[in-house]
Design a protein around this ligand. Structure first.
Ligand SMILES: NC(=O)c1ccc[n+]([C@@H]2O[C@H](COP(=O)([O-])OP(=O)(O)OC[C@H]3O[C@@H](n4cnc5c(N)ncnc54)[C@H](OP(=O)(O)O)[C@@H]3O)[C@@H](O)[C@H]2O)c1
Length: 419
């Protein structure tokens, strides 16, 4: 198909609209197109679905400027892990036959759930959306992740090109990463059946770089990186690390992704790394927190992790635990393996060169904006309210352990924790 002539997109199917990225994609679509947006949501009723969609939308659009556009949101009660989205055949074919574009953002983003739990959504869901697109002869924008880099994350000097996919990486204990890799493979393979597509690979998605907004309370799984900020503030203690830390503002990801798929005459069957072109490192984030007014002390990383795992990181006389520290203690294995991978963004940079879509610099101003929002919404205390801070006790107060609802984890197949 010659997409140069397709300037109008009348009907869009969007998955994941109740999530961090999908909600911001919806805002972008409503602001920049006249399209009707069919949002595939798991819910009991269209009203319940619409309510959840709006909650996330208005977490971004706080002034509710899009209130008057909500008539263009049409909830479709569906589940991407089910055949035909769980729709009856007639409804499925009617929807497929009436849309112009599919934006697929839904996924299970758990970093600790088992492959068996993730794959039906992240791999099966992509297969479902491919069939849907082929049934309607419409293009697919699939949201993947920079984590397809798998074990190459730890290889010094490794750079993931935008055209790279199978680079010899492994996915041992990287089930989420593996699912995104396999999903990309499915999309590539569907080219043979005539599928037109764009794949985008965001890095760590943070809030809107212009407003600081992020649906901290509206999405089911809270942002891990905000949990990290919260833990740093609550404990006032961390370790030093010069490893790259990607910050991909959600507005950049949404705008760049939409631009890529709206320009299929030059982007068809291409993949774009939507990571930050100039990442900062963990120490810079800690420095930005201090700049904002928080006290953050340093201990060496071995001491920090050992204290965490043995329940010696204490606050108010009790072992300190949070989603972030629980995750850290799961992934820490005593080795000093470092993350090295970098991500080439030259394709997306060239594509966006003549637009005003830019990735905001990762500076203290950006992190300050994120902190302003987190403080304003009560997610993190203001610098003046920080404390009491954590200390490292001499002996274990109580063994570590795992949070039951940790990141939607299926803990039955988690490795046992060291004593
Ligand atoms: N967040 C990041 O830092 C990051 C980084 C790189 C890539 N990504 C990718 O970006 C995309 C969006 O992630 P996100 O951060 O927005 O995740 P999120 O906030 O957890 O949202 C996930 C969305 O998927 C929906 N969903 C899950 N299972 C579904 C199913 N079976 N059927 C229909 N909908 C389903 C969720 O619906 P419910 O609200 O009903 O659960 C939610 O709307 C994903 O593809 C993810 O892999 C995210």
């Amino acid at each position: 198909m010659d997409y140069r002539n397709r300037t109008l997109v009348g009907n869009i199917v969007l998955t994941g609209a109740t999530g961090v990225l999908g909600g911001r994609l919806l805002q972008e679509v409503l602001e920049t197109t006249d399209a009707m947006v069919y949002c595939v949501v798991r819910a009991e009723s269209p009203d319940a679905a619409l309510e959840r969609i709006k909650e996330v939308l208005f977490a971004y659009d706080e002034a509710r400027t899009l209130d008057s556009q909500c008539w263009r949101i049409i909830p479709v009660l569906g589940d991407v892990s089910r055949e035909r989205l769980g729709l009856d055949e007639a409804s499925y074919l009617e929807l497929a036959g009436s849309v112009d574009l599919v934006l697929h953002s839904a996924a299970n983003v758990s970093l600790v759930a088992s492959y068996a739990k993730i794959a039906p959504v992240n791999v099966g869901g992509v297969a479902t959306m491919i069939e849907f697109c082929l049934a309607g002869s419409v293009p697919l924008m699939m949201v993947s992740s920079f984590s397809v880099t798998g074990s190459k994350l730890y290889e010094p000097g490794f750079v993931l090109g935008e055209h790279d996919l199978d680079v010899g990486q492994c996915f041992e204990e990287m089930d989420y990463e593996r699912s995104k890799f396999e999903a990309e493979q499915l999309v590539h393979a569907a080219s043979e059946r005539g599928l037109d597509w764009v794949i985008v690979r965001p890095g760590n998605i943070w809030g809107d770089s212009r407003t600081g907004c992020y649906p901290l309370r509206q999405t089911r799984v809270k942002g891990l990186y905000y949990e990290m900020l919260k833990s740093l503030v609550e404990t006032g203690l961390t370790f030093s690390s010069d490893e790259d830390f990607d910050i991909s503002p959600v507005d950049y990801v949404a705008r760049a992704a939409l631009y890529a798929v709206m320009n299929l005459h030059v982007t068809n069957r291409r993949t774009f790394n939507l990571t930050h072109p100039h990442p900062i490192n963990y120490d810079d984030i800690v420095a930005a927190l201090r700049h904002y007014g928080y006290t953050i002390g340093l201990v060496d990383s071995t001491t920090y992790f050992e204290a965490l795992q043995s329940g010696r990181l204490c606050r108010d006389g009790k072992p300190y635990r949070s989603t972030f520290t629980d995750l850290l203690s799961i992934f820490y294995d005593g080795s000093d393996i470092k993350e090295h991978a970098r991500y080439d963004t030259s394709g997306i940079d060239a594509l966006l060169a003549d637009t005003d879509i830019r990735c905001h610099p990762c500076d203290a101003a950006l992190i300050g904006r994120y902190l302003d929002y987190a403080v304003r919404t009560g997610f993190i205390v203001a610098p003046a309210q920080q404390g009491p801070l954590a200390t490292l006790s001499e002996s274990a107060v109580r063994g570590g352990g795992l949070m039951e609802q940790l990141y939607d984890a299926d803990l039955s197949d988690m490795p046992a924790q060291p004593a």
